[in-house]
Design a protein around this ligand. Structure first.
Ligand code: NI
Length: 136
């Protein structure tokens, strides 16, 4: 069984590769590649998998899940410029894919020693575009 929690954060980013020329960056990432960046209102859906505890009837307390997501993801990323303020995005291009991987990396260890485990991270960059990550 799966339980999910949704959270939102706003952050700025620049998608560009230092390996590429300005023209190649624009071709790959769009005209924003050579600017100081732009913002997105990201929507994150964190899904845990597990079996309800017979004593509590819960897989994981959703209040606690909210706290974990806040502490590990929202607080460090909300209203930040990812490239300049949120490692590893000083070195890693903050595409939605890489952001989902980093969110997974931050959240996955938080459920060790609990009956639940992280099943997936879904990250919407816009209403119509999102990435799903399952740890691979
Ligand atoms: Ni963008």
């Amino acid at each position: 069984m799966y339980i999910s929690r949704r959270a939102e954060f706003s952050a700025s980013h620049i998608c560009r590769s230092s390996q590429l020329s300005d023209a190649e960056n624009v071709r790959l990432y769009g005209p924003g590649a050579n600017t100081n960046g732009h913002g997105h209102n990201y929507v994150l859906e964190v899904t845990l998998a597990g079996t309800p505890d017979p004593a509590t009837g819960m897989i994981y307390d959703l209040k606690d899940l909210k706290d974990v997501v806040m502490r590990e993801v929202i607080d460090p990323m909300d209203h930040r410029h990812l490239n300049f303020e949120v490692p590893p995005f000083d070195k890693v291009i903050p595409t939605t894919e890489n952001l989902a991987i980093e969110i997974w990396r931050r959240l996955e260890p938080q459920f060790k020693d609990t009956p639940a485990h992280l099943h997936s991270v879904r990250l919407y960059e816009t209403e119509d575009t999102f990435v799903d990550y399952y740890g691979k």
